[in-house]
Design a protein around this ligand. Structure first.
Ligand code: PLP
Length: 402
């Protein structure tokens, strides 16, 4: 008889479009732990790519979903539901004053934010957006055009016009690229897919001043680095630089699909009735889960824990990796951590998986750690032990010339 794993792989191969190549079948999760179909337990330092920031099956979120699923799941945005405006109020109460648009994913959030910027800019004949090399903004056609890695666009030409990229953290390059056609600058405060690269705070302040001087919108993509990931609810709060608009997704509803973007109050009327829409955006079910996430930030010490464990992990990672010349550095903020290697990070990630530690890679050479923000010190120590063992194993392989 075939195992559940074998049957699932067979079905996947036969009926699912092969845009991913998954190898493990997880069947259960709780907190920072996952279990596969054979009952093997894993420590999850990926959190569904920074989605399950409160851990798997967080009690607060589960209760909110259960209650809302029995009350009202969906009515469309042609009608009011009482949950979504409460979520919007909650988000804004912790942000600068503004308004929110809700959708379902990160790409969609950025797409909406790009439409917002073009609509605003076109009023004065400006519609070009400058984004950053090595950035990642999503897989829709406009967000691909904004993404600073050509390999994602290959084969999907023609590119959506109106975008150009400059090197990240290079103010002179940005200044030189700005023209009288520029309507917005778009960047990730901490680049995620590009390799866990934080913006230099001084750079962001200069970018803000440049945008103010030229009447250009400053847009932040906080899809990966927002929602507590770097130790503040919104990523911009860690830098003390306020954007004119920023996008969110991934962790907003701890695993239910939601995205959105917030714009400053002065831009609240740029997109009005009929200009932008989403069937599922801000549905009561997802909004209830997202409200529970915000309550956890308020009441469960999540952000404080993220900062504390993040600092500890980054310090200890630097210590345990110091004997190995293949480790070039440890970087990141909060619990968005990159271990920079001098070679492809996939080999080390594979070794760690054998040690039951789920991790990610970013760029080609960065081991990316995105644990749930609720990890304990014991979880951090367990992960460090596995990473130390993994690095020793990689070192052996390198010495053996494998
Ligand atoms: C910074 C950033 N923006 C946008 C996206 C796209 O989000 P989604 O996959 O939800 O469309 C991602 C996904 O990894 C991301 O990291």
């Amino acid at each position: 008889m075939e195992s559940l794993y074998e049957t699932t792989v067979e079905r996947y191969r036969k009926y699912v479009m092969p845009t991913y190549a998954p190898k493990i079948l997880f069947t259960r999760g709780r907190g920072a732990r996952l279990w596969d179909a054979d009952g093997r337990e894993y420590l999850d330092f990926a959190a569904g790519i920074s989605v399950c920031n409160l851990g798997h099956c967080n009690e607060r979120v589960t209760r909110a979903i259960q209650h809302q699923a029995e009350t009202l799941v969906h009515v469309s945005n042609l009608y009011l539901n009482e949950v979504m405006p409460r979520l919007a109020e909650k988000l804004i109460s912790n942000c600068f004053d503004g308004v929110v648009f809700f959708c379902n994913s990160g790409a969609e959030a950025n797409e909406g934010m790009i439409k917002f910027a073009r609509k605003h800019g076109n009023a004065t004949g400006r519609n070009e957006i400058i984004s950053m090399d090595n950035s990642f903004h999503g897989r829709t056609l406009a967000t691909l055009a904004a993404t600073g890695r050509a390999k994602y666009r290959k084969g999907f030409e023609p590119d959506v016009p109106g975008f150009k990229q400059v090197p990240f953290n290079d103010f002179s390059a940005l200044e030189a690229a700005v023209s009288d056609r520029t309507c917005a600058v778009l960047l990730e405060p901490v680049q995620g897919e590009g390799g866990i690269l934080p913006a230099d705070p001084g750079y962001l302040k200069k970018v803000r001043a440049l945008c103010d001087a030229k009447g250009i919108l400053l847009l932040f993509d906080e899809v990966q680095c927002g929602m507590g990931r770097i130790g503040t609810r919104f990523a911009w709060q860690s830098f003390g630089v306020e954007p004119d608009a920023f996008s969110m997704a991934k962790a907003i509803a701890n695993g239910l699909p939601m995205g959105g973007f917030i714009v400053r109050r002065r831009y609240a009327d740029v997109l009005t009735v009929g200009m932008h829409a989403s069937t599922f955006g801000g549905t009561p079910l997802v909004s209830a889960a997202a409200l529970a996430v915000q309550e956890a930030f308020d009441q469960d010490g999540v952000l404080e824990n993220c900062r504390e464990q993040g600092e500890y992990l980054r310090r200890r990672l630097a210590e345990i990796s110091s004997p190995y010349s293949f480790v070039k550095g440890v970087r990141g903020m909060g619990l968005m951590i990159g271990v920079v290697l001098d070679r492809e990070a996939a080999t080390l990630a594979g070794i760690l998986l054998k040690h039951n530690l789920v991790v990610l890679t970013a760029g080609e050479c960065v081991l990316r750690l995105l644990p749930p923000l609720i990890i304990s010190r014991a979880d951090a120590d367990e992960a460090l032990e596995k990473i130390a063992a993994g690095m020793a194993e990689l070192d052996r392989l390198i010495k053996e010339g494998k």
